[in-house]
Design a protein around this ligand. Structure first.
Ligand SMILES: *Cc1c(COP(=O)(O)O)cnc(C)c1O
Length: 457
């Protein structure tokens, strides 16, 4: 047994070359990582798989482990997937104004729930309600953790223990764990299925309403389209029917935009303004989808119903923290000046980026990528189509440009893996036996180029 050949923890710690690491990481972490490293060496020695390590090998191994343990889990990446609002890559990027407001709210005390004029307890919703009402035309507004939470809260507060009719064409799964039938069940309501998958008529809703009905729910099908022989009553007719039967009409818009996107040549998306004008009593939508803000679920509509949500215990459990309230307020303020919105709101800026500008960027980046690939792969500039993401219709595509990396020698999956192993991981898309890097969302050219310098595939 050569275990004695491994020096003790105390002896290694005396090596003066470790002093900077101890100063940086603290003694506790250095000792813990050193013990774990020595245990590995001992196991390898026992199994005869290795020779005793040199003092230098131990030192280098330890420094490597310390670096790895300090690497944050949540890291910056380059989103070159072509999906602008990519749920797995963090959705909307906040404008500078919102980041500064959020950081300031986290660093200092604030009037989060304090009425400065009266000198008494205030309401955290107040920082957002005025702006939301002004922008949507609603009477009242509230905000919670995310849109899934907003739907859960609205259903539980208005309809627990009773029935909610929903069209069979709207019983959708939005991705991950948001499925309409399940959220209705989780809210303690009974789903009443109405009509058919492709066609649902007002008369179907009328028949479904009975003594146990609590509200009519309409869900924007988001990332799923029913096309062809289809029918669905307009929101205005659903609102009329609901009101004639003494029920609230609730609309889950999902993404929901606060501006008409056609103005910038983008595919049309439903807006809370239009749903409210059609007679909806509550409209819910996300903060970090097309709105371009922090994760949040917004609810706008009738004052009496919003008050009901506010008083509900679930509201407390789903409430927004001060950092996001500050960031959301700053983003909503940008909407007061729609003429400058495109330059100030990153989501809108990326969605409206001209294809010719992206193609020019791709041409500039191509030589650096080709140098990284050497003669192992070819890089060319190719036309492609980006998507909005996060529940906007996947059939609406935005013309864009990509760096396409293809190779006879290296598998696309292996190239994609190398790109993900960069200091700032580069996330692309595999398509037609190549790696596609859609450059629509690449704004930091310098950081992107810098990390390819001196590296090879
Ligand atoms: C995205 C979406 C949700 C969930 O919103 P989150 O903000 O992600 O919780 C709910 N309903 C619809 C229709 C959606 O598109």
């Amino acid at each position: 047994m050569r275990l004695a050949a491994i020096p003790s923890v105390d002896r290694i710690l005396q090596d003066p070359r470790l002093a900077p690491a101890v100063a940086r990481h603290g003694r506790l972490l250095v000792v813990a990582e050193l013990r774990a490293l020595l245990a590995q060496y001992r196991a390898a020695l026992k199994s005869g798989a290795a020779l005793p390590p040199s003092a230098d090998a131990i030192l280098h191994g330890l420094l490597h482990r310390l670096d790895a343990s300090m690497q944050p889990s949540l890291r910056r990446v380059f989103n070159l997937t072509g999906t602008v609002l990519h749920t797995n890559l963090g959705r909307a990027l906040l404008p500078r104004e919102a980041i500064e407001a959020g950081a300031a709210a986290l660093a200092e005390p604030s009037n989060l729930e304090y009425d400065l004029a009266a000198g008494e307890r205030g309401e955290r919703d107040e920082h957002l309600e005025g702006l939301l009402c002004r922008l949507t035309g609603a009477e009242a507004a509230t905000a919670v953790n995310n849109n899934a939470g907003a739907v859960l809260l609205a259903l539980n507060a208005l309809a627990a223990g009773r029935e909610v009719p929903v069209s069979r064409g709207e019983l959708v799964e939005i991705g991950g764990s948001f499925r309409i039938p399940e959220i209705i069940a989780a809210a303690g309501c009974a789903l009443r299925e109405v009509g058919t998958t492709n066609r649902t008529h007002l008369a179907d809703y009328d028949k479904a309403i009975g003594a146990h009905t609590a509200a009519i729910l309409k869900v924007h099908a988001s990332n799923y389209a029913v096309v062809g022989f289809t029918a669905a009553p307009p929101e205005s007719e659903l609102a009329q029917l609901a009101h004639a039967r003494g029920l609230p009409f609730v609309v889950d818009l999902g993404s929901g935009s606060l501006v008409e996107l056609e103005r910038w040549g983008l595919p049309a998306e439903p807006t809370p303004m239009r749903s409210l004008a059609a007679g909806a009593d509550l409209v819910t939508f996300s903060g970090d989808k097309l709105l371009g803000g922090p994760q949040a679920g917004l609810v706008v509509g009738k004052r009496e119903l919003i008050e009901q949500l506010r008083k509900h215990p679930m509201k407390r459990a789903l409430r927004l923290d001060k950092g996001r309230i500050a960031a959301l307020e700053a983003v909503l303020r940008l909407y007061l000046d729609p003429a400058r919105l495109r330059e100030r709101l990153p989501t809108l800026r990326l969605l409206t980026r001209p294809a010719a500008q992206i193609a020019a960027l791709a041409a500039r980046m191509r030589p650096a990528l080709q140098a990284w690939c050497g003669d192992k792969a070819q890089v060319d500039v190719a036309e492609c189509a980006s998507q909005v993401g996060s529940g906007s219709l996947p059939i609406d595509r935005l013309p864009s440009a990509a760096l396409r990396i293809s190779s006879a020698a290296v598998k696309p999956a292996a190239i994609a893996k190398s790109l993900r192993a960069m200091p700032i991981p580069v996330i692309g898309r595999l398509h037609e036996d190549a790696v596609w890097l859609d450059l629509r969302c690449l704004e930091d050219e310098a950081a992107f180029l810098a990390q390819f310098e001196g590296r090879t595939l």
